[in-house]
Design a protein around this ligand. Structure first.
Ligand code: ATP
Length: 263
């Protein structure tokens, strides 16, 4: 699972990982009917940083990832990625900005009729116009990174859930996104398969310069990879800080209650 032999990303020393703001949400509000799920939310993420969203079920964490993925539109506010507006913006601009963002979902959503290799090469070839050879070379590097080189000719149904999720991670990275969104990526896995997926993500967090925005209930993982933890409650960030602060000395009663229930 090491990236030492064929690094698919340019590695940077940790001290050089941040070079300015990559994501900005300003006054973002999202409603479903008369339920306000996000309420005039502001936050930003610097390039190369790993930010984890924690908080009770229904507090709006997944909605933020879905807004960034353009699967949903805000009712109010602006979203900017790498200096370009994602919302509001003309469709052509949305398509371009959207290419900077990759997402891994709770359900792996692989194409069942395609091999593992083709699952990873399909979008780079059809969306980015990459040559088949270049896409396959990169897919092989990524499969090595996620520890699945020997499975490239299999179909998803022949793999365990953990292996399928590692293919989904490789597939997201194949598009060379600047931002990787991770939405409870181990929640659908059998407990014995969780560690393998989290190890791959720890490796990616440690060895690449990709920006990560992560919704997880795995608090040890959050503690390990995060530069910053955002605690959500009812569509607002009620507390934010480095993991050692949030997990060891939370200031807010709701954060303390939440952590005592999940830790
Ligand atoms: N498409 C939708 N239509 C209506 N309500 C929705 C929709 N998507 C989300 N919601 C509601 O929005 C609220 C926030 O959902 P969201 O999935 O963002 O929460 P979450 O913090 O990620 O929770 P969890 O940890 O359970 O995934 C919930 O009350 C949810 O029921």
């Amino acid at each position: 699972m090491s990236t030492d032999t064929h690094p698919p990303f340019e590695k940077k020393p940790a001290s050089a990982r941040s070079d300015g703001e990559l994501i900005r949400l300003e006054q973002v509000t999202k409603r479903f009917g008369d339920h306000t799920v996000l309420d005039h939310l502001d936050f930003s993420v610097d390039a190369g940083k790993h930010v984890t969203l924690i908080g009770p079920s229904g507090s709006g964490k997944t909605t933020i990832l879905r807004l960034l993925m353009t699967l949903l539109k805000p009712d109010e506010g602006t979203i900017t990625v790498a200096g370009e507006q994602l919302f509001p913006a003309p469709d052509k601009q949305v398509r371009e900005v959207r290419k900077k963002i990759g997402m891994v979902f709770q359900q792996f959503n692989l194409f069942p009729n395609m091999t593992v290799l083709r699952n990873i090469t399909e979008a780079p070839v059809t969306v980015l116009g990459m040559s088949k050879d270049a896409a396959e070379e990169r897919a092989r590097e990524l499969l090595e990174m996620v520890g699945l080189t020997e499975h490239l000719d299999k179909h998803p149904g022949q793999l365990s859930g953990g292996q399928q999720q590692r293919v989904a991670i490789a597939r997201a990275l194949a598009m060379r996104p600047q931002v990787l969104l991770l939405d409870e990526v181990t929640s659908a896995l059998d407990p014995e398969l969780v560690a393998g997926v989290l190890d791959v993500l720890r490796d990616i967090a440690r060895s690449t310069d990709i920006t990560m925005l992560c919704v997880t209930h795995e608090m040890n993982f959050a503690r390990d990879i995060s530069d910053q933890v955002l605690m959500f409650d009812s569509g607002r960030i009620i507390e934010a800080g480095p993991p050692e602060k949030i997990f060891s000395e939370p200031e807010h009663d709701r954060t303390r209650e939440f952590l005592s229930a999940v830790l």
